[in-house]
Design a protein around this ligand. Structure first.
Ligand code: URA
Length: 231
């Protein structure tokens, strides 16, 4: 792999900073000062920057968990069980949750140690669709789809939600797709139309759908295709 690509992936150096370091003659590979950012390197190359050895990070890790109710979307908590506890046999250090779910919410929870990747999945400006199965306390009113398409105003954030799609499945059940992931967004949207969410289950985020073979509390690693789907 090219030196600048390798350093940006493995050690979070921007390509620009690699160029600067090269022009300052600060990068050595296997003891030789490098003057070409395309210099080929492998995992076995000894790379030094300003005389210090670059330690190669482990490859990033990506998991999907079918989150059961009762688990906090957190890495650690004194009072309640946390979702990360369910990743049995997996070293937890560096892992975080990409798009939290409320304690009672079930379904797709993505856990990774790749911060750049998880931001692509969760930042509202990325507009990644997130689909939920929603059960409500009261019958869904016929104007709900239109209200959600128009967007719901959130006073706290002073913003209007992006047009959401809702498919009414029966009197009190719907499939909702939203394009941000604001705090308690689904519950707040239904509250705004005079309803109340009693059950919430996340089915998908972008092109990553909850694996139907995962029982509640089970997890698996993401496939390369799922990881690459974020582009
Ligand atoms: N919106 C909510 O209100 N709760 C969740 O857990 C996820 C989205």
């Amino acid at each position: 792999m090219r030196l600048d690509i390798f350093l940006s992936k493995q050690a979070a150096y921007s390509r620009k900073s690699v160029l600067q370091l090269i022009s300052q003659r600060q990068i050595r590979v296997d003891g030789v000062t490098i003057d070409d950012r395309c210099h080929p390197v492998t995992n076995f190359s000894l790379i030094e920057i300003s005389g210090k050895q670059v330690t190669h990070s482990q490859p990033a890790r990506y998991f999907m968990l079918n989150k059961p109710a009762g688990y906090l979307s957190a890495t650690i908590d004194k009072q309640h069980p946390v979702a990360l506890e369910l990743l049995e046999g997996i070293e937890h250090s560096g892992l975080h949750i990409a798009g939290r779910l409320d304690r009672a919410t079930t379904g797709l929870l993505i856990i990774t140690d790749d911060g750049k990747w998880s931001r692509k999945l969760t930042e509202p400006k990325q507009k990644i669709p997130k689909t939920y199965l929603v059960e409500t306390a009261y019958a869904l009113s016929p104007d709900t789809p239109q209200r959600f398409t128009e967007g719901i105003y959130f006073g706290y954030e002073e913003m209007t939600t992006s047009p959401a799609e809702i498919e009414l499945l029966d009197e009190t059940t719907a499939r909702l797709t939203i394009y941000e992931g604001r705090y308690h967004q689904v519950k707040r949207m239904f509250a705004a139309v005079g309803n109340r969410v009693v059950n919430l289950h996340r089915e998908s985020m972008g092109e990553i759908s909850l694996d139907v073979n995962l029982k509640l509390g089970e997890f698996r690693v993401l496939t390369t295709q799922e990881i690459d789907s974020l582009g």
